[in-house]
Ligand binder design. Structure first.
Ligand code: COA
Length: 175
């Protein structure tokens, strides 16, 4: 039995991530999708919210487990000896340098942690979580970028976040 892990921030999960998840789920017996923290990023969704969105978006796939972890990916890999390989998506050559660095760092921290890359499908190469967040904050149509089961939830959260940001900016202006 071959088990892979697909790590990411998933803030929020997009159709681009789902493309990689579906294809990796066909290649491996089990795929663990794990929400991790990049300490250099500011997140809009809490970890339980990101886990819940991922669970809803992948409910139709039988061999998926969703998890979260607040440590190094290399340590998660150590804690779960059944995991064989890390899967990452590559959207363009611009992803390559960052992903290459992460793959080497993970292997350096844990020599068992090998990474394989799956090229993103052509129709998802321009999608990112930040782009989805911007479209949602300005009330744009998310239906092509995020799974249909969750676009209402994503829009509601980000519209509220943006309204709060604008309210705070207004308060500062009036000081
Ligand atoms: N389709 C669409 N978008 C994709 C995508 C795909 N196939 N693959 C990646 N992306 C987007 C994401 O939406 C995200 O967009 P954003 O920057 O607008 O938010 C961006 O590409 C980067 O995604 P991700 O791979 O999740 O990188 P990240 O920097 O957000 O998170 C972690 C990387 C969480 C996996 C990494 O920081 C980590 O392993 N953290 C744990 C601590 C650790 O071990 N650190 C050392 C690792 S070197």
């Amino acid at each position: 039995m071959k088990t892979a892990i697909y790590p990411g921030s998933f803030d929020p999960v997009t159709n681009g991530h789902l493309d990689i998840i579906k294809r990796a789920a066909r290649m491996f017996d089990k795929l663990i999708v794990v929400v991790l923290i990049n300490p250099l990023k500011n997140y809009s969704f809490t970890i339980p919210e990101r886990v819940s969105l991922l669970s809803k978006a992948t409910a139709m796939l039988p061999n998926i487990e969703i998890d979260s972890y607040d440590g190094l990916l290399a340590d998660y890999f150590k804690e779960r000896p059944e995991i064989d390989v890390i899967v990452k998506g590559l959207r363009a050559t611009s992803d390559f340098e960052y992903e290459f660095q992460m793959a080497h760092t993970n292997k350096d921290l844990n020599p068992r942690a090998e990474t394989v890359f799956i090229p993103a499908s052509a129709n998802t190469t321009f999608i990112s979580s930040s782009m989805v967040k911007q479209v949602a904050m300005f009330g744009g149509d998310l239906s092509k970028y995020v799974p249909s089961e969750i676009h209402g939830e994503i829009s509601a959260k980000l519209t509220a976040e943006f309204a709060e940001k604008k309210r705070r900016a207004q308060l500062l202006k009036n000081k």
